[in-house]
Design a protein around this ligand. Structure first.
Ligand code: SF4
Ligand code: SF4
Length: 179
């Protein structure tokens, strides 16, 4: 969506963010191709694209730690940083829903979760509306997250007596536990 001039990495023929990302300004749900996307070429309204598209931060373009194999057109995975939360989201092409289970991606996603442990960040995998929180020791499959639901990250009892660990739950936006 934002292939800035001068970046070391370029979008090339990739357009996967224009499928996997939600664009509210266009009423485009995630997992469906944008009507303005030209396959293999990019955005047909690039100069006038919505602000959400302008603000999109693609992990492949911006995060050198992701190897070349993370090129979204190849991996079928788009790593994104959610601007309004401490979230790293691996968006999976719903046409290849198990792409994130393939190696080396699955191991590297777990490694991401280990790297952010102790920070405010959480790693998620998103396939359409289905969201999976990835922690160093486990995954929490939250299922489909509706428009009126949010995910809360909070401490919960761990497997050992008296231990605590980070967990994820799905709540209605009206729930007072949403801060
Ligand atoms: S997913 Fe990333 S590399 Fe692919 S088109 Fe979007 S911004 Fe470019
Ligand atoms: S408006 Fe352009 S940049 Fe935004 S999703 Fe559609 S094709 Fe992609």
């Amino acid at each position: 969506m934002t292939p800035a001039v001068g970046e070391e990495r370029r979008c090339g023929a990739c357009t996967l963010c224009c499928k996997v990302m939600t664009v509210r300004e266009l009423d485009k749900p995630n997992g469906q191709w944008c009507r303005h996307c030209v396959t293999g070429r990019g955005c047909a309204i690039y100069a006038d694209r919505p602000n959400e598209c302008r603000g999109f931060q693609c992990g492949y373009l911006l995060w050198p730690a992701l190897g070349e194999h993370w090129l979204p057109a190849r991996s079928k995975l788009v790593v994104a940083f959610k601007p309004d939360g401490m979230e790293i989201i691996v968006h999976v092409d719903p046409g290849v829903p198990n792409a994130w289970r393939a190696e080396p991606y699955c191991s590297e996603i777990r490694a991401m979760a280990s790297q952010v442990e102790g920070t405010a960040y959480t790693v998620f995998v998103q396939i359409g509306r289905r969201v999976i929180a990835v922690f160093p020791d486990r995954e929490v499959d939250l299922g489909a997250v509706a428009e009126d639901e949010r995910i809360a990250i909070r401490d919960e009892p761990g497997p050992g007596p008296g231990t605590m660990r980070r967990g994820a739950i799905k709540l209605k936006v009206s729930d007072p536990r949403i801060v």
